[in-house]
Design a protein. Structure first.
Length: 536
């Protein structure tokens, strides 16, 4: 509307200094109260409203339209002005829960929020404690974790305990594991047991997951047992971090309890679906579960209440367990082939490029499961090979792809350096693919690594001294200096630098070809020319 456009224009004039904020607020106040001008006027008015206008702010909280109250709180919250902290504290008490939660979210972003929320948490009033607990968990306020943990240890109110446990689980406070384990037993109310079992699973820590397996035999409620089963697998999310084999009997026993029609009470399907998250190198376990679930599936198909969707989901689990069993059966043979290929890759060995390609293809097999020990061994092999300055680009490309398939973080920076330096499409593509496999996003791949070392190549001792002095005073980098290409080459032969600050000439003439040669050998990542001429 025209009024809304006028309000936006008024806000821009305040931003440019042509009008004071209080004068603009006075102009916009009447249409704001009349609720005209739409969203643009509302945003313009609230973006200029001073925090000391408590009467106006109280009027916003008294508005009968809860949707308008919520929108006003959102606009004021987006300003992230600590002066509005008292306003958000009042808004927490809104009669509409969703409005109070929006206020809590914005309050938590303010510097003074923790003391304010902590004061509510320690007030002794149940409603205020509940709101503070919700804010701690919703906004994952790490600083509140110790107070929440102490509250859980000492407070007798089971209902607030459930909410505090849920909040602490959202914060992912690892020190809570032992407390949660102590509280989890069959004598506690069901809601508390469910909260504790869920929280231990969300922590996704080995101590928590294995603790659930340890506690399960002493628990009875089917709803708690299934949470124990699902949580027991959270800390072991893949074959690179499998469930320890000595805990498999306890897991199988828990699966049997959940699948028992009397003890599990309807948890059979969730229990079978949970086994999609089981990773172990014990082939017999997958075979045992596959056969057991196949029998269940056959029996359940005879039931009147059995549905097609459940049938397809359980059948998919049986199929996947069979696939993992088959893959593990071939694992020893595959590992032997890979070890043989690695032995053929010693420096100067014949058919090296072909063997690197064969190794990449073997690792790319979707049915192949790479053990963590072999992955680490391969990653160290790739790391060493990438340091070889005489390696051809095609071999470097294959090494990058092999490194990506190991999923080992130690290769991230070496491969990123290759990606940054690469000029050929093939090598750059291989390095990018490897970095994606290592878990980096496109933005992270293109981020240049930080500069740590600098070499100053400047023939003039006067200017070189000034450059080195200026850089050294900042204390951020390792600085070296050279007066000519011979001195610089001796330094670069000892190890590459991140940045070369260089003149375009030295006493032996133009440095262009020499600089290109050093770049081709990976002696520096970037060059900064300390010359006034741009004709380079």
């Amino acid at each position: 509307s025209t009024l809304g456009l006028a309000a936006e224009s008024l806000g821009r004039r305040v931003g440019l200094g042509f009008l004071g904020a209080e004068a603009a607020v006075a102009i916009l106040l009447s249409p704001f109260r009349l609720q005209v001008g739409g969203e643009p006027l509302l945003v313009a008015f609230l973006s200029l409203l001073p925090a000391h206008e408590t009467t106006l702010l109280d009027g916003i909280l008294a508005d009968s339209d809860h949707r308008r109250r919520q929108r006003c709180i959102e606009v004021l919250g987006n300003r992230e002005d600590d002066a509005f902290s008292p306003f958000f504290l009042k808004a927490l008490q809104d009669s509409i829960v969703d409005v109070g939660q929006v206020a809590s979210h914005h309050l938590s972003k303010l510097p003074s929020s923790l003391p304010s929320l902590m004061a509510q948490f320690q007030s002794g009033h149940q409603d205020q404690i509940r709101r503070a607990i919700w804010a701690f968990g919703e906004n994952q306020i790490q600083a509140a974790a110790p107070a929440l943990l102490e509250f859980i240890r000492t407070d007798p109110n089971d209902q607030l305990l459930v909410e505090a446990i849920d909040a602490l689980a959202s914060i992912s406070h690892d020190e809570a594991v032992s407390t949660f384990m102590d509280l989890l037993h069959d004598g506690k109310p069901l809601a508390l047991q469910l909260s504790l079992a869920r929280a231990l699973g969300l922590l996704a820590q080995p101590q928590a997951s294995l603790g659930l397996l340890e506690k399960a035999p002493l628990l009875k409620h089917p709803q708690v047992l299934i949470l124990c089963l699902e949580g027991a697998l959270r800390a072991f999310p893949g074959f690179e971090k499998p469930l320890p084999p000595d805990h498999l009997p306890a897991l199988i026993g828990l699966v049997e309890r959940c699948c028992d029609e009397r003890e599990g009470e309807g948890q059979r399907v969730p229990a079978m679906l949970a086994m999609l998250d089981l990773y172990t190198f014990e082939q017999n376990t997958f075979e045992q579960l596959k056969d057991r679930f196949s029998d269940f599936l056959f029996n359940m198909r005879t039931k009147e209440n059995w549905d097609r969707d459940s049938n397809e989901r359980v059948a998919a689990v049986v199929k996947e367990l069979g696939r993992r069993s088959s893959s593990l059966a071939l694992l020893a043979k595959k590992e032997s082939e890979i070890s043989s290929l690695i032995q053929k890759l010693s420096p100067g060995a014949p058919r090296r490029t072909e063997n690197l390609l064969a190794l990449r293809e073997a690792l790319s097999d979707p049915e192949f499961i790479l053990r963590s020990e072999l992955a680490i061994h391969l990653a160290k092999f790739v790391e060493t090979e990438l340091q070889n300055k005489n390696t051809e680009w095609k071999e470097i490309a294959y090494l990058c792809e092999i490194g990506g398939l190991t999923r080992q973080a130690l290769l991230t920076e070496p491969i990123r350096a290759i990606f940054t330096r690469a000029t050929g499409v093939g090598l750059k593509s291989s390095a990018r693919k490897a970095l994606l496999n290592l878990g980096l996003s496109e933005a992270e791949i293109n981020r240049k690594p930080p500069i740590k070392s600098i070499l100053v190549l400047e023939p003039s001792a006067f200017f070189r001294k000034r450059l080195v002095s200026s850089l050294s005073n900042l204390g951020r980098w390792q600085i070296q200096e050279a007066g000519n290409r011979t001195e610089a080459k001796a330094i670069l032969d000892l190890g590459p630098v991140d940045l070369l600050i260089s003149e375009s000439q030295d006493p032996d003439g133009d440095l262009g070809a020499w600089l290109q040669a050093q770049a081709d050998q990976g002696h520096y990542r970037s060059v900064f020319f300390s010359v006034s001429s741009r004709d380079l």
